[in-house]
Design a protein around this ligand. Sequence first.
Ligand code: ADP
Ligand code: MG
Length: 368
Amino acid sequence: MLAKQQSHTLTLGQLMRSTRSDSNSLIRQGQWLRNQLPIRFARRLDEFLQLPYLVVHNQNIKQVFDIYVDTFETVSDFPNIITDRDEAAFADLIRQQLEKHQQVVMTLAWKEFRSARLIAEGYREVRHMYPHLRLDSFLDRLFIARISARILMENYIRMRTPAEGFIGVVQKELSPLQVFQELSNEITRLTEAIYGVAPDIEFRGNLTCTLDYIPRHVQFMGQELLKNAVRATTERHKPRDGPGIGFASRSERIPKVAVEVQKGDVHVIIKISDQGGGMPKRIQEEAWQYGWTTADHEEEDDPYSGGTWRKELAGYGFGLPLTRLHAQYFGGDVFMQALPGHGTDMYLLLNHLKEGSPSTEEDDPSTA
Ligand code: ADP
Ligand code: MG
């Protein structure tokens, strides 16, 4: 059975080494993916089918399941890749599959993460009926596999048309500061639309620091952590009697959120500090579970109340667990130092070594 065969994650170094755009390499890569993807998707499907009936039949989760079936079938059915023409046809197929998995949803929070959003909605609905149901380890495995399949597919497509400053999906000398600055503009705008005010975001530390990394990953993790910090700060310090009334400037009353970048021997460390009140000790663990949130929008379905916007800022309880998965995927991590009653420091560690955590040969597309 395909679902039982081995497959593993890879390091950024392996990924970059495997990225070559000559015709032979592309054929080898195509053939390797043609063999690997069905194994990976079969294993996910196997796991979906072991979930309780009511979970798989949730309409949102079912949509993701159907996309997985589709990818599994179309890739499995593709014949051997021998010539350049076979390979070009295979690339078209992968491009179409990628689009199905990520059809752009025009929201700040989850653009490019359509199936993650469907799963989050579905999980929320299911747990509304069965509050004790927990699928944390299923979701971890699902999202790790998703991250990995998406990297492999996207990297293959990108290596066919090399771009300046990139090796496949990996951007050379990416500036985390720049990513965070762009994010902070978007998040400030969103927060002002919801609350009428927003804290300033300040940057400190090693501002010229760079690393080779997948920009989409840095954006995702940065966005989730910044949204949390900005939301907590605004909720705690917003003026009580309506936005802006009697305030000379927002920065006078709302404490800043600080983003500090430093480069260590192994990791680039991004520390996000807020004065949003932190959280009690007992909650600090729970906050990493899927679906755990203090943003509840049940009573906000009225489109004029700002419920939809709010949902982009917080509400699924998927931000922290997914940020951790992404960070750990390439040998990094994220952890929290909360001072209850005052604020929170979040540390995001991104591995900047070319050789990250060890992996197995078989995982390595460069040995394909
Ligand atoms: P969501 O933001 O959708 O609620 P997250 O996983 O991002 O989900 O966060 C889970 C919960 O952890 C939040 O609802 C909030 O209660 C708490 N939290 C996260 N970050 C912070 C922070 N910087 N300050 C205070 N509380 C936080
Ligand atoms: Mg969040």
